[in-house]
Design a binder for this molecule. Sequence first.
Ligand SMILES: Cc1ncc(C[n+]2csc(CCO)c2C)c(N)n1
Length: 223
Amino acid sequence: MLFSDQIQQEIEPVWQASIQHPFVKEIGEGTLPLENFKFYIMQDAYYLTHFAKVQSLGAAKASDLATTKKMNVHAQGTYEAELSLHETFSKLLNITEQDQRVFQPAPTAYAYTSHLYQAAYQGHLGDIIAAILPCYWIYHDVGEALKDKQPEEPIYQEWLNAYGSEWFKNLVKEQINHLNEIAETVTPAERERMKNHFVISVQYEYMFWDMAYHLEQWPGDII
Ligand SMILES: Cc1ncc(C[n+]2csc(CCO)c2C)c(N)n1
């Protein structure tokens, strides 16, 4: 069995729960309150800023020039594909400069990005690919699960279109192949470490939906 399938199966219940999370379901139905989606978009912009840096750390840790280039192209892709999506949403959701000035990463957004840096700084390229793969793969599966939905809210329709696209499917396949190639060249202990990074990221993907669904706050903002 492919290494990617093996590690995905280990965390299957959380994977499925993530795809079926009420945040995702309500986007598909068009019933998610826009307040929750705005919260998600702002936290996600923070997440993507750090995600691109982690991809660049992957470029720095690659052992050949072609892979360095590939990882840098992906970092640029994160900027172009994801942040341009966010620019569109910022206008549609009326995200103001004031919103941005008072922005703080919520606990889960902070913890998830910290996990990505931990994998990147302590590991090699395989650790980075393992930690970032769930981001691609879960969003792909969400796009597939919701591909026949037509939420009345145009903002949600736009979001669904991005993750159901052919371009995105190919991107996910490339990441999965890259992970499996690396897995064949490393030791069993390194594979175990890669699996752990992957499993933690899958759990954070679930927690990220949950964070936005409950408008998660720091204790310091409540007490
Ligand atoms: C919490 C969170 N997880 C995953 C993604 C999806 N995503 C982030 S970067 C990237 C690669 C470039 O498109 C993809 C697919 C997201 N937006 N937010």
